[in-house]
Every structure is written in C-alpha cells, then in structure tokens.
Design a protein around this ligand. Structure first.
Ligand SMILES: Nc1ncnc2c1ncn2[C@@H]1O[C@H](COP(=O)(O)OP(=O)(O)O)[C@@H](O)[C@H]1O
Ligand SMILES: N[C@@H](CC(=O)OP(=O)(O)O)C(=O)O
Length: 816
C-alpha cells in the first residue's frame, strides 16, 4: 500500500487535475493506493477570507462566496460527464448552501472563533476530495470517498488539533478492512470525540497522509506538489535553489519547522515511528526523482538547506526580576504556553537579565499581553520592564545533521550575512547542532537567503550584481566585454556577472533578473529619466548580495554618491578620477569607509587606463617598499601632440589633428592645461602613501595666457596659431641639444610637478610615440633601474578592460 497526497497546487484547476489522474493511473499499475487531497488551490485561503469579511460586517463576503461556488461548479462541469454531473452538482450546491448559512451567522453575530474557522475551512477538502473521487469514478476507477473526520480523532485545540493515535489508528484500520476501492481521503480535517470538526493546522494535509501511512504500515508515502522535492531554499526567493536528493527525518522536520512550506513539520513523526520513507514529488515533472526523506544521514555537505520565516517579531522580557532565571524563565514560558503562543527561537544573554524570543508578529501582541499579565506586580514595582516588541523581522535557519561536530557552519553563515550588511538581531543553535538560526530585518530576507545559499552551496559559483552608471564609450565597451566573457567566466572562473541597472545622463533602466547581454539594451527605450538618487535607492531596494556599482562617468555628481554607496556595503569600481583627486581627507575617508564596511573600492583605471599602475603601487607599498620618485607621461593626448610636433607641423595644426582623431577632450584646453595629468599624479602620489593636495602641485599649462579665457574652440585655435612660433622655437632649442620635448609629471620628496620637459634622447620617455603612457617607478627596491610600466593609456577598450578586471577582482575577493 502506498499513500499519495496531492496538495492544493496540484489540484488548482482541471488541467492540473488531469495530470494528477494520469499519475494515479500510472501508480495503480503497480500498487494499491490511498489518495489524500487538499482543497483546490487557494480555496482554504478564500474560505477564511470570506469568514473574516463576514465577521467584519462586510457584505462583499457574499460575492467572494459566489465566485468560490462558481469555481467548484466549473471544475465539476469540466471533469465529470453531463450524465453523471447531477449528484456532484447537488453535493456542491448543498455544501455552499450550508456555507451561506454559516457565513450569514458569522455576519450576524460577528464572531469567528477557532472552532468556527475550523468548520469553515473543512469545506475545502470535503468538496475537493468528493468531486475528485467522483471524477476518478467517472474515469473508470473504483473509488471510495472518505471524510477523514470519521477516522482521525483529535483533542479540541481548534486550528492545530492534536491526534489521538490510539483511536485514530484503530478507526483507519477498521475502515480500510471494511471498504474496497481506492480510498479518496480529505486532507487537513479531523474531529473531536464529540464530533466537532477540527483541523491539523494550515497545510496539514501532508500530516493526514502520514497518519494514514503509519496506521496502515504503508510501503511509502508520496507528497506531490508544485516543486521537485525539498529544495536547498524556497525557489520563489532563491532562483538558484536545487533539489536535495535525500534528507533525514530530523533534517526535514527542522527545515519545515523553520519555514520550508513544502512539507508540514508534523508529517515526519508518524512516518519516522514506522520508518516509512517519504518522497516529495512534482506533479508537473513526475519523472524528477524529487526528495527522499528517511532515517539516513547522508555524508557530505555541511548543511542540507536554508529556510526562513517572514513576519517575525522579537519579544524581549527583561528586568532584575528575571535574575532568578529558573523561576523567571519558567514563568515566561508558562504564560506563553497558556496563551498558545508558538516560540520560534529563544536567546538568553549570560547575564540572565533578559530573555529574547522570536515569535510570529501576529502572535507577538498576545505574547506581550500574556507575559505582562504574568509579571503584573513586578512590572508595577519596577522590578521588571514592560515587554518590548520589535517588528519587521524574519528568521533564517541553516539546517543539516553534518554540522554536528563539524566546525565552520556558523562562521560561514555569519560571515555571509555580515559581508552583505545584514544585521543579526538574535541567534540560536540547538544543542543537537542540527540548525543555526538568526533573526534579521525582514526587508533583507531575500538577500540573506541568497547570500547564505551562495556561501553554502554555490561558493564555487559566485554571482556579482552590477549597477552601471555611464553607458558611454567605456560603459558600452564594458557591457560588450561582459557579454562576450559571460559563458567563459561561468565555466572557468565560476563567476556569474549580471547587470541589473544601467544609466546614462538621460535615461536609466533596471532588470530584476539581469539584462540579457546577448541582446544589447537601448537605454533610449527606457521611459525612466535618470535620477541618480533614485538609481541608488533602487539598487539598495533590489538588495542583492555582492552588489558592485560601476561608475563609468567623469561626473562629480556621481562621485559624491560614493559615501552613500559604500555605506550600503556596495563595492565600487570606477575610472572616474573625481573622488580620489578631491581633498586628502575625502580620499582617506572613502578608503576607510570601504574598509569599515568590508567592501572594495577599486579604481585601477583612474590612471593610465588599463595599465597596472595602481595595483602595482599598492602591492609595492603593502610589501614594504618605498617610493623615491615617480616620473610619468600620463596623457596620451599630450604625448601625441609633442611627438607629432617633431615632424615639423605647426603646434596649432598638430593640436587640431589630435582633436580630429579623438585624442583630446572636445575642448583641447582641458588636456593642454595639464590639470588632468595633475589629478593623475596626485592619485599616484597618494597611492605611494604621500600626503598630497591638488593645490600643492606645480602645474605648467600649455595653454598660452591669452587663450585661456577665450570662449569658443575655433577662437582658441585662431589665437593659438599666433603661438606656433614659440612652440617651434622651444622645439628647436631642444633639438639643438639633441633632446626631446615631453609633457610629464614628476613626484619626488613629496613635491609633484607637471609640465613640459626637455629630455635627453636616451631618456625612456624620448622614444615614446603615439598616445602611449609610461610610468617610471624608482623605489628602494627598484633604485638602480626604475620599474617601467608602458602601454596605451587611453581609449574606451583598454579602459573598459581595466574596469572589467577590477569587477572580476571583486568576484575573487568576495569568494570564500
Ligand atoms: N525548501 C523548499 N523547497 C521547496 N519548496 C519550498 C521550500 N521552501 C518553501 N517552498 C515553497 O513551498 C511550495 C509548496 O508548498 P505548498 O504551496 O504548500 O504546496 P501544496 O499546495 O502542494 O501543498 C513551493 O511552491 C515553494 O514555493
Ligand atoms: N487546504 C489546507 C491544507 C493543506 O494542506 O493544503 P496544501 O496541501 O495545499 O498546503 C490549507 O491550505 O492549509
């Protein structure tokens, strides 16, 4: 004998029900079966909602009831042939007439006791199981409808009744001995010895099935639902969750107790007593083996799954009156037990002065009332404080028998939460070491589950969630590179980079699941105007673990948001020099903040595009070297201009050509002024651990004085022409000495200078052509011959490549 149970999701509509029938028919070929059904998907919820509306005196209850009746009649019409419909139709109509009377009563007396609600809810299963038994009959199967209230005996704890197994087992056995056919059984419902209807708790049909399985010594129990077994986490919250092939009864119980809705916690007890294996299977993917729950503990992974309970409150009971902890604590629990409050987690500080309980929010008020009543006199005398309630929380729990005697699980758990800026309110670990749970802010729940899931199950597959501001030349090149490398990174580097937000100066767009990069997204298609604060807010609201903000702009406004971003524990990667070339205090504060919040702030491309200058300097400093001197050609445009000048063209013509080739800023004075080079040497100096302010840099501008305040660029070129002769003269003087003119930056003895130098032909910079950059680092270790870094120091592709490398670096840092 097998007991199979189909949940509400499996019988939500006629199409699903036909799948269920196929599964039953297939099973019948080999096994004797009893089938337990839940109410049709959503029906229990609706019944309870109608009861609430009626109690509140809201006439709308009638309409919702009518819709519910129509839903049932429609299922009957679709599943049962016209000739056989009338008995079932009558059955359904009579039940709805009863419900109408019942709700009218609730409407009149405005009362909704747990006893009434159990009776109301019982209609869901009574209707579904009867209709399904009749439809199966219509498909040629011999069925026997069983209202489980006739056999499952419970106490009168309405809403969560306790089973009297002695009476129940006997009644089940007798019933099965007496009747043939496939028993089609109502899940969830039961009755007291006085015949009052009770229920086994929301989602209790799984338990009904287990009760039958144990009473009949069934070969196994199958729970059919809408997911392929128990998954490592709720797939609705963690998209990468996967099926756990096997769980011990204890693991399954613990996971479900802590919120894995896929199986009702009590289900495991009867099965465990009789060692009956439980299979969790997917009605919509019957071939998937799903999860097997039995008495074995499979070796391997530290934990099996992560579950969560939303809408939790922390209830704190504190005061000197608690100091006599044995009495104090026992009085707290006695009061809570009497108020029938379910405590999810307990944590007590060693001072024993306070006790902290996690309780479902809806029960927390009852808990407060019960405890305050119990300690009425102590609170009045000031010996105890009033009970404090803290709302908007959730619990997360990692579960697995292998945590026993294996250190590391809690470290990994809290590291993952901490790294993702998730505050932990209370912690508990059972002495069985089967479960570690923590209370966290409710808005962080999904992020926490994903961070934990990644830390425990996917540590070899890290996901980085990127938000990109500045989709210009560099930004676009970056997107293209990520798109091209995505597969390879997933495979070789186990790194998945997804872009969830993009903005240029005009529009912004977001994608919860990540943009499909194989199909470039046009930001102009977005109807959302760029609002940087909103961009950051949305990024925070999406609340992903491992978020990276990439700033590919040159904007001061964006740079000003870095503090806020780092505060939110979001890493930053940027070629934007603005933040690092502000005041020394600001530079230090950003670095300090990144460190404090445990996130990276990477800006290799601030200087010389993708060339490894900043990383090299940082490595040198970290390993104990000291910079004596930095000499550098840091402007591709200036280098182009002065190496081209040697060919004999006038200076103004060379600058014009450089502009036409896109080597300069739209206004070439931005390059010629030397300001940009000054910012770069400032950053290099700071990386070399020198206290430098921008104002202290000696800058020799290449913009002649009378060109500085001219409005338009053409006007500038006009006047610049008059200076061609001066530049030609400078070149002549240098050439006469066998020297070359190079615009360079130097840093020595804490003093930075930027300007034009005449260099001997043998100097490494003299041979530098085109738009290349070159950096010479003279340090204690590289004293005789400086370290030379040379290569293209500008251009969208090389800059994007540098940004990309920084993003990948973050993936590697955040890996455990
Ligand atoms: N760890 C988990 N594994 C699988 N499903 C889970 C888990 N945690 C929560 N769930 C949720 O449980 C749902 C199945 O439970 P439920 O809706 O009660 O099914 P049924 O209607 O079949 O009784 C899934 O759709 C899933 O969203
Ligand atoms: N119908 C009841 C009992 C049940 O077990 O349902 P499901 O199997 O759909 O979770 C409820 O919704 O609580």
């Amino acid at each position: 004998m097998k007991i199979i149970k189909f949940g509400g999701s499996s019988v939500a509509n006629p199409e699903n029900i036909q799948r269920v029938f196929s599964i039953i028919k297939e099973k019948l070929k080999e096994h004797e079966l009893a089938v337990v059904f839940s109410a049709f998907g959503g029906v229990t919820e609706s019944l309870l909602k109608i009861a609430q509306l009626a109690r509140e005196g809201d006439e709308a209850y009638r309409e919702v009831l009518q819709t519910l009746e129509e839903k049932h009649l429609a299922i009957v019409r679709q599943l049962i042939s016209v000739q056989s419909q009338s008995t079932v139709m009558t059955f359904v109509k009579v039940r709805f007439k009863e419900l109408e009377d019942l709700f009218h009563g609730i409407y009149l007396i405005k009362e909704n006791s747990p006893r009434t609600l159990d009776y109301v809810a019982s209609f869901g299963e009574r209707l579904s199981a009867f209709i399904l038994a009749e439809s199966m009959q219509g498909q040629g199967l011999k069925t026997q409808f069983l209202d489980a209230r006739d056999v499952i005996r419970t106490n009168d704890r309405f809403g969560q009744a306790k089973v009297d197994f002695e009476v129940t087992n006997e009644a089940i056995k007798n019933y099965f001995a007496k009747y043939d056919g496939i028993k089609v059984i109502t899940g969830f419902i039961s009755s007291t010895a006085k015949g009052e209807t009770t229920t086994l708790g929301r989602s209790g049909s799984d338990y009904t099935a287990a009760i039958f399985a144990a009473a009949l010594d069934a070969e196994n129990l199958e729970i059919w639902t809408d997911v392929s077994g128990v998954l490592t986490s709720d797939p609705k919250l963690v998209y990468t969750a996967f099926t756990i092939p096997q769980l011990s009864y204890n693991e399954a119980m613990e996971l479900s107790h802590f919120g894995a809705k896929v199986i009702f916690p009590a289900t495991m007890q009867p099965a465990m007593r009789k060692s009956i294996p439980i299979y969790i299977k997917n009605t919509f993917e019957p071939e998937n083996p799903g999860t097997l729950i039995n008495g074995e503990v499979s070796p391997g992974a530290l934990i099996k799954g992560i579950s969560s309970i939303p809408n939790v409150s922390i209830v704190t009971v504190q005061g000197a009156g608690m100091l006599d902890s044995t009495v104090g604590t026992s009085r707290v629990f006695k009061a809570l037990a009497e108020a029938k409050v379910n405590v999810l987690l307990i944590s007590q500080a060693s001072s024993e002065h306070s006790i902290c309980l996690a309780i479902k929010t809806q029960e927390s008020y009852l808990a407060k009332e019960a405890v305050e009543k119990e300690f009425f006199y102590e609170i009045k005398s000031g010996e105890m404080d009033k009970v404090i309630l803290l709302h908007d929380l959730a619990t997360v729990a990692v579960v697995g028998e292998n945590m026993k005697h294996n250190p590391g699980a809690s470290g990994r758990m809290f590291r993952a939460l901490g790294r993702n800026n998730i505050n932990v309110g209370a912690i508990a670990q059972g002495s069985s070491e089967l479960n570690i749970s923590a209370v966290i802010p409710q808005p962080d729940l999904q992020k926490a589950l994903n961070a934990l899931h990644e830390a425990f199950f996917l540590s070899e597959n890290k996901v980085l969630h990127v938000f990109l501001v500045g989709v210009g030349l560099i930004g676009q090149a970056l997107i293209k590179m990520i798109a091209n490398q995505q597969q390879k990174l997933r495979g070789d580097n186990e790194l998945d980079i997804q872009i969830h937000g993009m903005a240029n100066s005009r529009f912004m767009a977001f994608h919860e699941d990540g943009f499909d990069l194989s199909n470039p997204y046009e930001l102009s298609d977005s109807d959302e105007k760029t609002d940087l604060n909103k961009f950051i807010r949305t990024m925070e609201e999406m609340n992903f673990s491992n978020t990276v903000f990439v700033d590919c702009t040159a904007s001061q406004d964006v740079a000003e948001l870095y503090t806020k971003i780092l505060e939110a524990k979001v890493a930053i990667v940027t070629p934007n020099k603005k933040a690092n070339s502000g005041s020394m205090d600001q530079y230090r504060a950003l670095k300090k903040l990144a460190k404090k919040r445990g996130v990276k702030f990477l800006y290799e491309t601030n200087v010389a595009a993708g060339l490894p200058v900043i990383n090299t300097l940082q490595d040198l400093m970290l390993s104990g070297d000291r910079v004596i001197r930095i000499e550098a050609v840091l402007s591709g445009s200036m280098n182009y201009i002065f190496s081209e000048l040697e060919k004999g063209d006038p200076f103004s013509e060379v600058v014009k050509k450089a502009k036409e080739l896109g080597f300069t800023e739209p206004d070439p004075r931005d390059d010629l002024s030397g300001m940009d080079v000054a910012r770069k040497i400032l950053i290099l100096g700071r990386e070399a651990e020198q206290d430098l302010e921008f104002d202290s840099i000696e800058i020799q501008s290449m913009v002649p004085e009378d060109c500085q305040n001219l409005g338009s660029v053409p006007e500038f070129f006009e006047v610049l022409r008059t200076h061609d002769i001066d530049f030609a003269e400078m070149l002549k003087v240098a050439e006469a000495k066998g020297e070359r003119l190079r615009f360079m930056a130097t840093l020595e003895n804490g003093k930075a200078k930027v300007g034009l130098n005449s260099l001997p032909i043998a100097h490494p910079f003299s041979g530098l052509g085109g738009s290349d950059n070159m950096i010479l680092l003279t340090t204690d270790r590289y004293k005789d011959r400086p370290m030379i870094i040379r290569g293209p120091g500008a251009g969208a592709d090389v800059t994007a490549a540098g940004v990309f490398a920084d993003v990948i670096r973050i993936g590697n840092y955040t890996r455990e």
